[in-house]
Design a protein around this ligand. Structure first.
Ligand code: M6R
Length: 369
């Protein structure tokens, strides 16, 4: 079933381009987004004042990325909450709230309980799910399936990029219904999205061997930090989770702007730090802020591994390693920047002789609360 791959995870990372392509397929028509599953369900989106995204683990990080798109394109305030935290407080939700759950398996008990709770409170519910007919979509008012195909490895990879893709489609769909985004802008974002599979493939083709070599050199590393900003921030969290999960080493993701508020104290000579650099083409200011973060940690002896767009020369003087991603629209960089992090986590676990598909203490689907 692994079809010649050394692990399911390796196979599934290689399938990230088609996971995105298959999630888009049939949902773009003449430059706009048409989601057949949401046909006739416009009132799920028109009368709402708020969206709450609930999920766990990697799916929650996809939700955090989706928040940027939903707020920018659909102009709805979005909160992203861990399902198990949401469920056990007294959240202010009701008929004006759309609760969007995200789950690869559709069976995660924490997420399921939160969806049921939201329905009891009168909220509208929409599920983003990768498994046809699973429990969470059955308990929801609507479902948008991700079409990543079955994911076997415990570490979620292709489902993550498919979840972000589905959230972007949803954000454009809701923006169109609420009239918060111009048709020309939808058309441009749709073009960007359609170009993503080939760009992910380019990262795999050009950088995979380099990243695996890097992971091999770093096999004895005891801790890795990840920094990102804006849409890169949840990607930093995702990079850290994947590393913890399958390599069993300490890893933490931070918002780059938070460094000087505490985490920079962790940086000592030799500390590996991955930094996700946003393109200077979209915001020279944001880019320069991240470059100065890089200078700060480099001055303290960090081993800086930068993920930057092709041609970004500003990062070169301060980076020990540069991993390149193709040029993409600001919102679309996460779909590319996460790929090196998935490869790295897999490479490091492999270099440490671990079973990347079946990490200790973890199950693919967490069906207990
Ligand atoms: O099936 P789900 O998407 O609901 O699973 C949620 C998390 O348990 C899952 O993403 C977990 O964090 C992964 N093992 C991360 O790689």
């Amino acid at each position: 079933e692994k079809g010649g791959w050394s692990s399911f995870m390796a196979k599934e990372v290689s399938e990230e381009p088609e996971a995105v392509a298959n999630t888009i397929r049939g949902r773009i028509h003449e430059g706009t987004v048409v989601i057949p599953e949401l046909d006739g369900l416009d009132d799920l989106f028109s009368g709402i004042s708020r969206i709450v995204v609930i999920a766990c683990g990697t799916a929650a990080y996809a939700g955090q990325v989706g928040k940027y798109a939903l707020e920018k394109w659909a102009r709805v305030p979005v909160d992203v909450e861990l399902a198990h935290e949401f469920r056990y407080r007294d959240p202010v939700i009701g008929p004006g709230t759309l609760v969007v759950s995200i789950s690869q398996s559709g069976e995660t008990m924490d997420t399921l309980m939160a969806v049921k709770f939201a329905r009891e409170q009168g909220a509208k519910t929409l599920s983003i799910c990768n498994t046809q007919g699973a429990t969470i979509p059955r308990e929801s008012d609507a479902v948008v399936y991700t079409h990543a195909g079955p994911e076997v490895a415990v570490a979620s990879t292709k489902a993550f990029v498919a979840q972000i893709t589905a959230l972007y489609l949803l954000a454009l769909h809701v923006g169109r219904i609420r009239d918060t985004i111009a048709a020309v802008d939808i058309a441009e974002h749709v073009r960007e999205l359609e170009a993503i599979p080939a760009k992910i493939q380019r990262v795999l083709t050009l950088e995979q061997a380099h990243i695996e070599q890097l992971a091999h050199w770093m096999a004895d590393t005891r801790s890795v930090l990840f920094l990102g900003r804006n849409v890169g921030y949840p990607i930093a969290l995702e990079g850290a989770l994947k590393l913890k999960e399958i390599s069993y080493i300490h890893a933490e993701g931070f918002a780059a702007g938070e460094l000087k508020h505490g985490p920079i104290a962790l940086v000592e000579p030799g500390q590996p730090v991955f930094v996700l650099v946003p393109s200077p083409r979209h915001s020279a200011l944001l880019h320069s802020k991240v470059v100065s973060n890089i200078q700060e940690i480099q001055a303290r002896g960090a081993r800086v591994i930068v993920i930057a767009e092709e041609g970004d020369a500003a990062v070169l003087p301060f980076a020990d390693e540069v991993l390149h991603i193709p040029l993409a629209g600001a919102m679309f960089e996460p779909l590319l920047a996460v790929v090196p992090l998935h490869i790295f986590a897999m490479g490091l676990a492999t270099a440490r002789g671990l079973d990347v598909d079946q990490p200790r203490n973890l199950a693919k689907s967490v069906t207990v609360e």
